[in-house]
Ligand binder design. Sequence first.
Ligand SMILES: [Zn+2]
Ligand SMILES: [Zn+2]
Length: 351
Amino acid sequence: MQTFSVKAFGTEAPETDLEQMIIDRREVTAKDVEIDILFCGVCHSDLHTARNEWHGTIYPNVPGHEIVGRITKVGDSVNKFKIGDLAAVGCMVDSCRECEQCKHGSEQYCENGNIQTYNGHDVHLNKQTFGGYSERIVVDEDFVLRVPENLDLAATAPLLCAGVTTWSPLKHWKIGSGHKVGIVGIGGLGHMGVKLAKAMGAHVVVITTSPSKVEDAKRLGADEVILSTDKEQMRANYNTLHFILDCVSAQHDVNAYLRLLKVDGTLALVGAPEHPLPIAAFSLIPARKNFAGSTIGSIKETQEMLDFCGEHNITADIELINIQDINTAYERLLKGDVKYRFVIDMTSLKN
Ligand SMILES: [Zn+2]
Ligand SMILES: [Zn+2]
């Protein structure tokens, strides 16, 4: 298979900083598009993978799965895009397309494992996939999204992971007007959860441990904020919420949040704490509550989310950085020192 070289930023080992490197991309095949990457969001998964914290990282590793750019080449059978179009790529670049989940459009739950944008298995080149911290990427058009023209492009990048990861559960549990929705944790995911749930018509209640986030939660669209460290505030809100989106990736007591749910309410995890979370049986049994989880979203859902964000003018709150600042950004990310997503201006890699 024909390949070409592009500049990228990645790491050769878990303990080394990210640095500039050269990687190969395949030349477009019939169904592929080539995208000149303009912006790439920085997801916490990037850091976990670069540092092998989830194990199984194949080196060299080039992270990045919140990609927006412009189409520079299209294969002979491509019909969704033409050269010059805006385009986006999220967490997946392919899936088996044959299993029950793929057949009904839930590629994120592909029974054979979807192909992740980075650290997945590239079936064309028979090696690891490389992500968006690079000049260009080549992807099958079926896994490429259209980007609304009216949105700020840099602030659109985080929609591809943080946006759809919160959109998918909100849609799956049919959140809309008349619902009281709790969002736990205001970070990259949580801040998108607030904006999307609000735009869907829900009454949004942010639940946070930090008094410093109260004002910002309201600015993002929260109707109410509960300080989870205040027992009285928590007690006053027992049995009031229809749904909770739990965006916290640190260890935390989910039983405290389950008490806030009404009968038949659901708490869905989208954050991924490292260790198991203990659940008391009586947090669920007396009110038939559901403890659930959800990951990213399908290609169809991702497109619906982008179109919805275009209509409602929703993007992420971002801090734009140069690729050369990525290692500092990772350190700040670990401290929660970002409001609320770093996005890399990829022209900094070209210069
Ligand atoms: Zn991500
Ligand atoms: Zn499949």
